[in-house]
Design a binder for this molecule. Structure first.
Ligand code: PGA
Length: 243
């Protein structure tokens, strides 16, 4: 099956022009499903690019009404979004509980929008060892997917929080540990599972070459088209990790 590579631009870049420039620099690769998730205001104006789908970084659970500042799944779909990320650790840090993540996920699925559910443990849980990590991630999965029966439109991104590049002292997970967690996720729920956290051109191959890892969620490196293109090439199996 082809790999899925998701670009999470977070709150970047700062202008629509800069966003279009990044997009123009991306060269989609045959056989790699590529999804770009820009900030909401840029979603509609980015223009279409063959081989690139768009996604949103968040969604609200209600379909319409008095919810100042929120964006519904239907709105996303009526625009360009064909995917949505829910439960990113940066949203959880801003207050999204497991319950909120679950409501968002179910609202997206009700609207027919495929979802990337992010899970992953903080450093203090990692320090307690693999059993604690599995317990933590298992709970996030259970709570995030509560009441969801049809998992065909759900992808899980295992993204340990301490590995996200913007966190102090971060570094990518070890590929074998990421693979073990991806297997754990798949053992719990029959979904495609991605790894995310400090993926760049240099290390992408060592994650994407793993059979059980169905793709990558890429933050910082997805804002640099040349680097992102090398990640896409790694996902297509055209380049190998050079250590
Ligand atoms: P990073 O971010 O690739 O910059 O570590 C990943 C993410 O937060 O989705």
């Amino acid at each position: 099956m082809s790999k899925l590579v998701v670009a999470n631009w977070k709150m970047n870049p700062q202008t629509a022009g800069a966003a279009r420039k990044i997009l123009r620099g991306i060269r989609p690769v045959t056989g790699v499903e590529t999804v770009v998730c820009p900030p909401f205001p840029f979603l509609h104006g980015l223009g279409s690019r063959p081989g690139i789908k768009f996604g949103a970084q968040d969604v609200f659970w209600e379909p319409a009404g008095a919810y100042t500042g929120e964006v519904s799944a239907g709105m996303l779909q009526s625009g360009k979004a064909e995917w949505v990320i829910v439960g990113h650790s940066e949203r959880r840090r801003l207050g999204d509980s497991d319950e909120a993540v679950n409501k968002k996920l179910r609202a997206a699925l009700r609207a027919g929008l495929p979802v990337i559910l992010c899970v992953g443990e903080p450093a203090k849980v990692r320090a307690k060892g693999p059993a604690a990590v599995r317990k933590f991630v298992g709970e996030e999965l259970r709570r995030g997917l509560q009441g969801v029966k049809d998992l065909r439109k759900v992808v899980v991104a295992y993204e340990p929080i301490w590995a996200v590049s913007t966190n102090p002292g971060s570094s990518a997970d070890r590929p074998e540990d990421a693979a073990a967690m991806v297997r754990f996720v798949k053992g719990k729920v029959p979904v495609r599972a991605l790894y995310g956290g400090s993926i760049g051109a240099r290390n992408a191959g060592s994650f994407l070459d793993l059979r059980e890892v169905d793709g990558a969620l890429v933050g910082g490196a997805s804002l640099k088209p040349e680097e992102f293109n090398r990640i896409l090439a790694a996902a297509s199996g055209k380049v190998r990790d050079k250590k």
